[in-house]
Write a protein that binds this ligand. Structure first.
Ligand code: SAM
Ligand code: ZN
Length: 262
């Protein structure tokens, strides 16, 4: 499938000004508003805003995740290998139950969810080239669009995305407020937002902007923030090992937030 066809299908846009891309370039796309040019290599769009990786906080995340991706999933038995699968199954069931046909996943990592949602139209926005290589090798399919990009500058047109998923990635995000503003910008009215965070395992690693979601008071702040952005979210807590929904507590596995944009 040609880059242009994927482009047309996937609602990609300039991460800097949100302009559409012009047709007709080979191995690159150009923003029709600000004229920035972004490379397209082996079908993967590189839509990282110029200069952003000079920020050492992004460099820190990138190096960390590149190392994990290069080591491969087999290097991470136990928690890292099993919990993402459990979460992905839960989310895949949810998407099926709501007859979702198309979604964007930000920070898919090894692609546990993308693996389980074949047949749906998927756009993966991922910071690490090493993870994108995994996704291209294992999952490269015509109905999946691979994008190197950052959560804080989502390369999608405003008001176009019917469903957005971020699973287990929020703790890595450098500017969490900015990410949530971006989610609100790109989601269409009525869009579904599926958002999980490691409630008991959030460890601050460098200055980040936004919510420290393992603290109950910060959770309330997050709830209000999402409400003000127009998201009506249900907050639930999942004990993954036990496979059941439980009351929110101080230590544990995953906080699931599922809701819609008004
Ligand atoms: C903890 S892993 C979660 C992966 C997967 N969703 C899972 O549950 O197994 C975080 C993923 O987000 C990516 N990531 C980290 N910061 C990001 C950012 N600012 N924008 C986009 N992706 C990011 C990492 O490269 C990594 O693939
Ligand atoms: Zn632009």
């Amino acid at each position: 499938m040609s880059a242009q066809h994927q482009l047309y299908e996937s609602k990609l846009a300039c991460p800097v000004c949100h302009g559409k891309f012009l047709d007709g370039l080979r191995d690159a796309v150009q923003c029709e508003e600000c004229s920035l040019i972004y490379p397209v290599m082996n079908g993967t769009y590189n839509l990282v805003p110029p200069g952003i990786l000079n920020d050492s906080r992004f460099q820190f995340e990138l190096e960390r995740y590149d190392q994990i991706a290069v080591a491969g999933l087999r290097a991470y038995p136990g928690y890292l290998a099993t919990r993402p699968k459990e979460r992905a199954e839960l989310i895949a069931d949810l998407l099926r139950a709501h007859q979702v046909k198309e979604f964007v996943e930000v920070g898919p990592g090894f692609g546990s969810l993308l693996d389980r949602t074949r047949g749906l139209k998927r756009t993966a926005v991922e910071l690490s080239t090493a993870f994108l290589t995994h996704l291209a090798v294992r999952l490269g399919e015509p109905d999946m669009c691979l994008v190197k990009g950052v959560a804080e500058y989502l390369p999608l047109a405003s008001g176009t995305v019917p469903c957005l998923v971020m699973d287990g990635t929020f703790q890595s995000i450098v500017d969490r407020e900015r990410f949530l503003y971006e989610v609100s910008r790109i989601c269409a009215p009525g869009a579904m937002f599926v958002f999980t965070v490691a409630y008991g395992h959030n460890y601050p690693r460098r200055p980040q902007n936004g919510f420290n979601v393992n603290r109950p008071d910060e959770l309330e702040t997050l709830r209000h923030f999402l409400e003000e952005l127009g998201f009506d979210m249900e907050f639930r807590y999942r004990d993954l090992g036990a496979g059941k929904w439980v009351q929110i507590k101080d230590e544990g596995d995953y906080l699931y937030m599922v809701g819609r944009k008004s």
